[in-house]
Design a protein around this ligand. Sequence first.
Ligand code: SF4
Length: 316
Amino acid sequence: MQITNKHNLPEPYYKSCLRDNHPRFGWDTFSVTELMKGTKDIILTRRHWEELEQDCVDMIWTVFGTAVHSVMEGHESENELAEERISMKVPCGEYGDIRVSGGFDLYNGDTKIITDYKTTGVFSYQMKLQEGTESHWAKQLRIYWLILAKAGFPVKGVRNTVFLKDWSKTNAKRDRSYPQKPILNIDYDFSEVFRSDVAADMMADLSAKIQEILYYKDKPEEEIPDCSAEERWERGECWAVMKKGRKTAIKRHDSQFSAEQHAENLGAGHYVEHRPGVPVKCADYCTCAEKCSFYKKYMASLEEGKAKNEEETINE
Ligand code: SF4
C-alpha cells in the first residue's frame, strides 16, 4: 500500500504510519483480525494491495492504537505473555489445512485471562457493550481463546481493555449512563466456549469463511458477495411512513412491523418506504472501497439524490 504525506506532516509521524505496512500473508494464512472483515474486503485488499493508497493524515487513530500498545510493551509480569503471535491449522476441505494466525495482546498464566487492548471512541464502546458476545471484538477474542487452547494454554476468561480517546469528564459527571472512567474492562462470559461442540462449531465457521474466500479469490469483482450489513457497519436503516403527494416522511421507524402498523392506522393514502442504512465502513473506513462495486453504487445513489434521510423534516 502506498502511504502518502500530502499535508507535509512531520517525518517521524509519517514513518510511524509505515510501521505496519507489511506485505499480506499468502493465501495459505489468514490473520484473525483479517477474518473479522467481509470476504470482498479481504480479497480486494489482498488483490490490489500494491496499488491502494492512503494518506498518513487519515491514520491518526491507527498510530494512537499502536502507541498505546508500545508504551505497555515490556511491562508484563513474569507470568504474562504479551504481544505474541501464534497460529493453528484449520481444515478447509479441498483447500487443505489453512493457517489462522492471531496476535493477542496479553495472556496471564495465573488468572488464565486473555486481554485485547482497544483504543476507540465512546460511541463505539457503547455499541460494543450493547452487542455483548456478538460484537466483532468478542468474536476475535473467542478465536484467540481457541488458538491458545489448541497451543496448550488453558483459558478461563477473555477481556477487552478499552482506552476511550474522546472521553469527557464533564459528560461523565452529567450522565450516569456515560462511561465513568476513560479506561474500562469488558469481561465476556464465554463459559459455553469451553465445550468441545462449541469449539467444533467455531472451527467449522472459520473453515466455511476461509473456503468462501479461497473460492472467490480469483473471480471477477462483481461476482464476489458484498460484505454483509454488519461487516459494512451499516447504521440507520429504517422504514419511513409516507403520505401520497408528500415528499418527506411522517415518521421513521426502526422496524418494518411498527411502520406498517402506523401506516395502516393512518389509513388510505399512506404507505411504507424502506430506507437502507449508511454503510459507515464503506463510506469512510474501507481501504479498498475504490475497487468495490458496492461502494461505487452507493456513491452513485447518493449523487442521484436517493438518500433522502438528511433532507427530511421528521414529524415525530
Ligand atoms: S466498500 Fe464496503 S462492501 Fe466494499 S469491500 Fe469495502 S466494506 Fe466491503
